[in-house]
Design a protein around this ligand. Structure first.
Ligand code: DHB
Ligand code: FE
Length: 285
């Protein structure tokens, strides 16, 4: 039987990818940010997943604004790195896990979530930057990845409650797969940032820190937070954080009796226009 091993949460700022790709990660601006992921790179070597189920958002890259699936699961054998205007990032092609992805699609759709099935898709910084932060710069990504794209770009976007419930359905799907696989689920994007309009540059440290606290201790309560709170308090792009609830919903015992172990917590401002937040939660065995 497959099982959820841990969940990982991280921001996905494109400039982080560029800093790594251009060898600027040792510079004074970037050093404190990358220092926060040193633990994580060690942790993932010691706790290697067989598959990463990576919840992220496409930034009108693969889907454009012509097609906007709310939830899309990548079932392909591989996913090429998208050209977002400066050529594709020089990182490995992402290998998928078509068998597990198809099983999860089957199970989650039967649990009444309408997923879009994607057999061909390029992946943008929303997916590749979290991989770089966790794995550094390997020749090949150490584990296959199932991309799971969520619409947080064009309203209406899914509610926190729907994301949490979807995570619970994904857990059931994983646990009904008949191969022994350790699966990590990653929730990515956020934290507070606004890239546009008069409030561009907005950061809200207090709100972000409270969000991290509640993500750990009270995900059911956090799922009730309305979109307007994210947008007002964490900026227009802060709504990316709703995706973290999918990963959190896939962890066992949300009531908190045996709450997941916090293996790592990190927060840093700024990276480009964004507050970077990062958590690693391990399942209590
Ligand atoms: C930035 C952050 C994002 O989440 C994104 O998708 C693009 C840019 C930024 O801070 O520059
Ligand atoms: Fe983004």
């Amino acid at each position: 039987m497959a099982r959820i091993q841990a969940s990982v949460y991280t921001s996905h700022v494109p400039a982080i990818g560029a800093a790594l790709d251009l060898g600027k990660n040792g510079e004074a601006y970037w050093q404190p940010l990358f220092a926060g992921y040193e633990f994580s790179k060690k942790w993932i070597k010691e706790n290697p997943p067989d598959v990463v189920f990576l919840v992220y958002n496409d930034h009108a890259t693969a889907f454009s604004l012509d097609f906007i699936p709310t939830f899309a699961i990548g079932t392909a054998a591989e996913f090429h790195v998208a050209d977002e205007g400066w050529g594709p990032r020089p990182v490995p092609t992402v290998k998928g896990h078509p068998e597990l992805a198809s099983h999860i699609a089957q199970s989650v759709i039967q649990q009444d979530f309408d997923l879009t099935i994607v057999n061909k898709m390029d992946v943008d910084h929303g997916l590749t930057v979290p991989l770089s932060l966790m794995y550094g710069q390997p020749e090949a990504w150490p584990a296959p990845v199932i991309p799971f794209a969520v619409n947080v770009v064009q309203y209406p976007v899914p509610s926190g409650q729907r994301c949490l419930n979807l995570g619970k359905a994904i857990r059931k799907a994983v646990e009904s797969f008949d191969q022994d696989l350790k699966v990590q689920i990653w929730g990515t994007g956020g934290m507070s940032h606004q890239l546009q309009g008069p409030r561009a540059g907005l950061i809200n440290k207090e709100w972000d820190k409270a969000f991290l606290d509640q993500m750990i201790a009270d995900p059911e309560g956090l799922a009730k937070k309305p979109h307007i709170d994210y947008v007002r308090e964490a900026g227009s792009e802060g709504i990316e954080l709703v995706m973290w609830l999918i990963a959190r919903g896939a962890m066992g015992d949300l009531a908190g009796k045996s709450a997941p172990r916090v293996a790592h917590r990190f927060y840093h401002v700024p990276a480009s226009n964004t507050a970077v937040g990062h958590l690693i939660l391990e399942e209590q065995q």
